[in-house]
Design a protein around this ligand. Structure first.
Ligand code: ATP
Ligand code: MG
Ligand code: MG
Ligand code: MG
Length: 477
């Protein structure tokens, strides 16, 4: 059986043999793209090439791109632990054509790799196309020979985070276009309908590969400008295709995740390897470690706040398994991660001590209030009949360091909920708190803090940054 590392290599070798230049993964923090929180697809590092603003020495590329989908347009944080196929961090295998080949070759390559090189049974595969894309239909049906009833036409923006959508876009603006997606049928014993059906959210038919025909540049007003040349951008989840090739259903059953899960099980003395908390911990250690490798540190804003929230969710799962320890637990997951991924990502290995230290510090900070926060939550729920209001949500955040998304995830587990208007009330309390903080800093300014002190405060802030840079942990693409 192939390991996920071998599958990654197969993919890159296959496209290299088809004249593609293999390009390394770019960091999770997009180099110069303010419209994006994190790199969420393989095409991100090629955005300007698609737009025609940047030229490369090659017209075909392939990569295995590290991606995070935890915030912004593509946010799968709330899916983790609930589906067999979603992670916050995953690797996207992709082949790209910059004004070179288009639909016909892209589809033929995908089919050759899946059914030729990897020998997947053809009758387990089905595809979706953009509803008006007759050209894609003809290629699948006439050239490839796929029966018409396994080519499903899908529109766009059906609404809702789960609904299938065959018009792909990276963000609200930028390169986009119609796509064709390839699904694998894991079998009738698993719940879920084919794409486009009312129960498509089940995990029977799993999307493994999206082939996007990049044709437009979405403008801020929503209009579509044609790109200088039609391009191809594809993305296949390494973990999903590994599940198929390793004959397991869930991504969490593949070699890479099993290694992490077994380690988490040993740390927490958990017998049941299917325990959801183990899966979440295994998922989250990948996202957190790679975010730190790429220069993000826990904070209360922006990217750092996303990282903080993911770490705290993971720590809460250790708490749930009753195994929080004084010197932390989560950071101990970095070692097994390095064992599995340090070969493909040497930067993970070289920064291991730094990553461990950053996780340990955040875990230590949160551990001091978590237990009391959870008790507080139980009391609040008992008193209010399972409905949490905005004031309580604010207090759990402000006093106990439990971010609202952590709380709503716990409520979901407990079949409890926020009361109506809780989010708005929480937001307004947060706003008042920010106003107080602003007023306090104005006050400090008006009484005239000594200039040297202000300067030294700024210097400390700036030095913090410098130190990071010296450690080599702030990578700019
Ligand atoms: P889904 O509909 O299952 O959420 P998607 O349509 O949002 O997937 P794309 O944006 O088309 O996914 O990304 C290309 C490929 O990347 C997918 O076909 C899938 O194999 C993989 N992928 C996407 N999101 C995730 C995720 N959160 N975890 C693991 N793999 C993913
Ligand atoms: Mg998705
Ligand atoms: Mg999809
Ligand atoms: Mg897709």
């Amino acid at each position: 059986m192939k390991t996920s590392a071998e599958i990654r290599k197969d993919f890159l070798d296959f496209f290299a043999s088809k004249g593609h230049t293999v390009v390394p993964s770019s960091p999770l923090v997009p180099g110069n793209d303010p419209t994006l929180l994190f790199t969420n697809a393989g095409m991100v590092q090629f955005k300007d090439v698609f737009l025609g603003a940047e030229k490369r020495s090659y017209k075909r590329a392939a990569s295995s791109q590290r991606c995070v989908r935890a915030g912004g347009k593509h946010n799968d944080l709330d899916q983790v632990g609930y589906t067999a196929r979603h992670h916050t961090f995953f690797e996207m295998l992709g082949n790209f054509s910059f004004g070179d080949y288009f639909k016909k070759d892209a589809i033929a390559y995908a089919w050759e790799l899946l059914t030729g090189v990897w020998q997947l049974p053809k009758d387990k595969l089905l595809v979706t196309i953009y509803h008006t894309d007759d050209e894609a239909f003809d290629i699948w049906h006439r050239d490839i020979g796929l029966p018409a009833d396994r080519i499903i036409r899908i529109g766009d923006n059906k609404g809702g985070p789960y609904a299938s959508d065959n018009f792909w876009q990276m963000a609200d603006t930028g390169p986009c276009g119609p796509c064709t997606e390839i699904f694998y049928d894991h079998g009738a014993h698993i719940a879920g309908g084919p794409p486009g059906s009312p129960d498509e959210d089940g995990d029977r038919f799993i999307e493994i590969w999206n082939n996007v025909f990049m044709q437009f540049d979405r403008q801020p007003d929503g209009s579509l400008l044609p790109l200088p040349a039609p391009c191809v951008d594809t993305g296949m989840g390494l973990e999903r295709v590994s599940a198929v090739l390793q004959h397991v259903h869930s991504n969490y059953e593949i070699d890479l995740f099993q290694h992490l899960i077994k380690h988490a099980a040993a740390l927490t003395a958990t017998q049941d390897l299917d325990n959801k908390s183990l899966r979440v911990i295994a998922d989250h250690v990948r996202a957190c470690s790679f975010l730190i490798v790429d220069g993000v540190l826990p904070s209360n804003e922006g990217r750092g706040y996303v990282l903080r929230r993911i770490i705290r969710r993971a720590v809460r799962h250790f708490w749930k398994l009753n195994t929080l320890q004084a010197d932390g637990q989560f950071w101990r997951m970095v070692q097994p991660l390095v064992e599995m991924m340090g070969g493909a990502y040497p930067e993970l290995k070289s920064k291991q001590p730094f990553v461990e230290q950053a996780l340990k510090a955040e875990e230590a900070a949160f551990s001091t209030t978590l237990d009391a926060g959870m008790t507080r939550l139980e009391t609040a729920l008992a008193a209010s009949g399972g409905k949490l209001d905005g004031e309580q949500l604010f207090q759990l955040h402000d006093t106990y360091g439990c971010p609202p998304d952590l709380i709503t995830d716990i409520l979901r587990e407990k079949d409890a909920a926020l009361s109506e208007g809780a989010t708005a009330q929480y937001e307004s309390l947060m706003e008042q708190q920010r106003d107080r903080a602003r007023a306090a800093s104005k006050f400090a300014g008006s009484v005239g803090l000594p200039a040297e002190l202000v300067a030294s405060l700024h210097a400390t802030e700036f030095l913090g940054y410098e130190t990071l840079e010296k450690d080599g942990c702030r990578i700019v693409a």
